[in-house]
Design a binder for this molecule. Structure first.
Ligand code: 5GP
Ligand code: MN
Length: 357
């Protein structure tokens, strides 16, 4: 169900208007800018590029700005080379934002998720639109839709195109972008977020000519040797299991990243492996980056890692997949995690006992 969130009085409106109310604004060619969250994943980039191609086809002048670099495994997406990287091309990005009439924020519901772009976006006076599936949206958007029950922002962009009666415009440029985010956000259609509607979307995209196998290959079968060796090392040497609390922690120090020459995108997905152990309900994966510790949380069943990330690590996301950051040292962060696991032990045991197998 869509949420109609209250907007701040600062925005001049008391209510965020429903997404489809943006249609009259788009009835004439507009200067549109699309942004997504920092460290874009397939859903952020796929939904943004899907919308980019659709709005371009509708005659708008569209730009896509990513706060930072796009990982290599997503560079196959059509026109990904046209994305302006804010971190590297700030002047060009600022120029685009200065003349922007409508800003679409995709796969994010707080401007803070863009990190380095937060202030500049906050100060824009243009119309702000949000399309997102995370919990607890901010109230600064003029139009938008927040649907945490949706598989992905990609599926929400697909719905938007359909509701604008433009299903016929979805072609083999738009389809792979939308498929990529729906596929990765549902863990290749296996997480509880996998709905009948996302399967219906995929069926429609395939009938329009989408080839799915090359997308799986591009995303999962293009690693370098070092990434696979790093995965093996990580699971054998760095995975610590807390059997009594049905939890797992993998903590990667900077030195490991250096030794295996690991880049940002290379750690994607490793957090899921401990959940393949039958008794593990909570998996935590943390990496020591330049200025912070990056944290990923995943769970099976009823254990809510969105709440866990919010309560202990100022993060958030979804019930079974969330993230956060820590400014403390790796050692202190590990201690805090162990403490948080201990505090949640009875809940974790209960969630384990309620698993259906
Ligand atoms: P990942 O572990 O893949 O980085 O993130 C998992 C999920 O949690 C994604 O849906 C992501 O958008 C969300 N997420 C990651 N970090 C944060 C954070 O710091 N705050 C919030 N609210 N969500 C986050
Ligand atoms: Mn998403």
């Amino acid at each position: 169900m869509s949420i109609q969130a209250k907007t701040s009085t600062f925005a001049g409106n008391f209510f965020m208007q429903a997404l489809l109310n943006i249609q009259p604004v788009l009835a004439q060619p507009r200067k549109i800018c699309i942004v997504h969250h920092y460290n874009p994943d397939a859903d952020a980039l796929g939904s943004s590029l899907g919308l980019y191609h659709y709005l371009s086809k509708k005659g708008h002048q569209v730009h896509l700005i990513s706060p930072n670099n796009i990982p290599d495994f997503l560079l196959w997406m059509p026109d990904s080379e046209k994305v302006v990287i804010y971190e590297e091309e700030q002047k060009e990005a600022q120029h685009i934002l200065n003349s922007c009439e409508v800003l679409f924020c995709l796969d994010l519901n707080h401007l803070s998720r863009t990190r380095i772009m937060e202030d500049v976006l906050q100060n824009l006076t243009c119309t702000k639109v949000m399309i997102d599936h995370h919990l607890f949206p901010d109230t600064i958007f003029d139009f938008g839709r927040s649907e945490p029950s949706k598989s992905s922002t990609c599926e929400m962009v697909y719905d938007f195109i359909n509701e604008c009666n433009d299903n016929a415009l979805i072609d083999t440029t738009i389809a792979p972008c939308l498929y990529a985010g729906a596929m990765t956000d549902t863990g290749s259609f296996k997480f509880p977020s996998t709905t009948a509607s996302v399967h219906r979307m995929v069926a429609d995209l395939m009938e329009k000519g989408l080839q799915t196998a090359p997308i799986h290959q591009a995303i999962f079968d293009t690693y370098m040797e070092n990434r696979l060796r790093f995965l093996g090392y990580t699971l054998s040497e760095r995975m610590k299991l807390f059997h009594h609390a049905h939890s797992s922690l993998i903590a990667i120090p900077k030195s490991d990243l250096k030794r295996f020459e690991i880049n940002t995108g290379d750690t994607e997905g490793i957090v899921n492996y401990p959940l393949s152990i039958g008794t593990i309900v909570l998996s935590i994966f943390i990496t020591e980056r330049e200025n912070e510790i990056r944290m990923s949380f995943r769970s099976k069943g009823d254990f809510d890692v969105n709440e866990f990330a919010r309560t202990y690590f100022n993060g958030g996301g979804h019930k079974n997949a969330s993230g956060g950051r820590s400014q403390e040292s790796l050692e202190i962060t590990i201690q805090k995690i162990e403490q948080a696991i201990a505090e949640n032990k009875s809940k974790l045991i209960q969630c384990y006992n309620e698993l259906p197998f």
